[in-house]
Design a protein. Structure first.
Lengths: 267, 241
């Protein structure tokens, strides 16, 4: 009985997320346009960045477009997660978050359902981008599109859980400009999304260390390897561990007894 | 039977004490008006009753189920209309109700029937497919009340539900909610600062400075305080912190 209730709630949350996303056409268009701009303009100018080196999982020299596509797919997940996080803060300011949090289900479940719904809604956009990228001769094996699905889900969940945590500590929507500048951009640029780790090491060992420790780098590598039918166990473990840590921290932040809401006294 | 029971409830934000030793109850089928000026602590009290966060001390029970230890059962029996509107502006009235029904685990066929029933009772069925953005303030309030009744709660909480409504709209809303008490036996806690929303048959709790200043039947408040009107009684109870 409780399982049926939980399932219906999950479907309801998913439907709401889907409807809202479909009705925000500007957000949809920018979500797909952003990585395409990077691919069409940025990648064209950075073709020589890889130099003469073969970087796993690629078995031969690859064009920069081929290298950067998995990073851009992860970037889509990152921006989608942050848009979802911003929507949580908006919902809290507008009051509709109260409806979710006063539903007769455990709060961690409600937050988890919202997280899952956000990822499920974001995935088709990533696939659309991967298909469009074939126009730029980024053609991973066909089976790679299937193999990358668990990597995308896991990475999306990890980044979404991070967004959930960010939303729990952001008192107002205005704070999100700071989040963009001090969280999202460093997370994206200090990663292996745009440059391989060996290239970052050439620029400076500190940057390379930061990128190696950055959970977003591991999400990128997990996706990159899966797309070319390879499994990257270290990245998988890091992404899983970060997912657990971020989600537990977010659930604690939204806890009615110990959470930040309770202490801050938001009305 | 006690639908809602608050026992020695207290809460503070950091060092600021906002509610202190709040104790009162709402009986099934009764309309209880929670009166208080702006800043009296009504909205914080609603947040504690609905489990948005836990009180620092004391307890909240809904039909005997403690909010702290059994929140799911307590919340399942409760319908809430918050002071701040909680409708999703991007969705239609019907979609908002469907979302709420899903959160309460209602099956699709039940949801369909009840959506039409509740919106019909509140005379907004003709706005079923319209986006919330296109509805007036009064219509939005009625949709919110319809939504709160979707899962057939036994306790209805309304935090300043008439704010922003014109006088006929306020009267109609109060009349409808009193009808719910009579016909469905629903217990209602109605927070307001409009004294004219109180009738002689209601129960009244006066909240001021985070404390309960008076609790009992509305028709006894003037006699007990020896004043001529509800306005005089309220003024006396809230003149000092």
């Amino acid at each position: 009985m409780i399982t049926r209730h939980a399932l219906r709630a999950l479907i309801g949350i998913l439907q709401r997320e889907l409807l809202r996303t479909l009705r925000q056409r500007g957000r949809l268009i920018s979500a797909i346009a952003r990585p395409l701009v990077w691919l069409a303009i940025f990648a064209a100018g950075f073709r020589s960045v890889l130099g003469l080196s073969i970087t796993p999982p690629y078995q031969t020299y690859v064009l920069y477009e081929v290298y950067v596509v998995p990073g851009l797919a992860a970037m889509m997940l990152l921006f989608h997660a942050m848009a979802s996080s911003l929507a949580m803060v908006y919902d809290r300011e507008m009051g509709s978050m109260r409806l979710l949090l006063t539903a007769p289900l455990p709060r961690w479940y409600l937050l988890g359902a919202r997280l899952l719904a956000s990822v499920v809604v974001g995935l088709p956009l990533v696939y659309l981008f991967l298909l469009i990228a074939r126009y730029w001769d980024v053609r991973p094996p066909m089976l790679g599109y299937l193999a990358v699905l668990p990597a995308l889900v896991l990475s999306g969940l990890m980044l979404g859980a991070f967004g959930l945590l960010v939303s729990s500590v952001s008192a107002q929507m205005e704070n999100f400009a700071g989040v963009m500048n001090f969280v999202i951009f460093p997370m994206f640029f200090a990663s292996t999304a745009l440059y391989p780790l060996w290239r970052l090491a050439e620029a400076g060992p500190v940057l390379a260390t930061v990128a190696a420790l950055n959970p977003f780098s591991h999400a990128v590598e997990l996706i990159r390897f899966a797309l070319y039918l390879r499994f990257e166990p270290v990245s998988c473990q890091v992404v899983l561990a970060c997912l657990v840590v971020f989600f537990l921290a977010a659930a604690a932040a939204y806890d009615p007894g110990r959470g930040l809401w309770s202490r801050r006294g938001e009305q | 039977m006690k639908a809602l029971s608050l026992d020695n409830l207290g809460h503070s934000f950091k060092d600021r004490r906002v509610l202190d030793a709040i104790s009162f109850s709402v009986e099934q089928g009764r309309m209880c008006i929670l009166l208080g000026r702006n800043g009296a602590g009504k909205t914080t009290l609603f947040s504690l009753i609905t489990g948005l966060y836990h009180a620092r001390s004391g307890s909240v029970q809904v039909f005997g189920h403690a909010m702290r230890t059994d929140p799911a059962t307590a919340l399942a029996q409760m319908g809430v209309v918050f002071q701040q509107q909680t409708l999703d502006l991007d969705l239609t009235a019907g979609e908002n109700l469907r979302y709420h029904a899903a959160l309460h685990g209602l099956a699709a066929d039940v949801t369909k029937v009840r959506t039409r029933e509740e919106l019909g009772r509140l005379e907004v069925l003709d706005r079923l497919g319209d986006p919330i953005r296109s509805l007036s303030g009064g219509q939005r309030r009625r949709v919110e009340i319809a939504r709160a009744l979707m899962h057939q709660p036994r306790l209805l909480l309304l935090d300043e539900p008439t704010t922003g409504l014109d006088v006929p709209g306020r009267r109609a809303l109060a009349q409808h909610v009193r009808g719910l008490c009579r016909e469905r036996g629903i217990a209602v806690l109605w927070a307001t600062h409009f004294l004219e929303e109180v009738t002689a048959e209601d129960d009244v709790v006066v909240l001021h400075g985070g404390r309960v200043r008076w609790a009992g039947r509305a028709d006894r408040i003037t006699a007990e305080l020896g004043v001529g009107s509800m306005a005089d009684a309220f003024a006396r109870l809230t003149e000092s912190a």
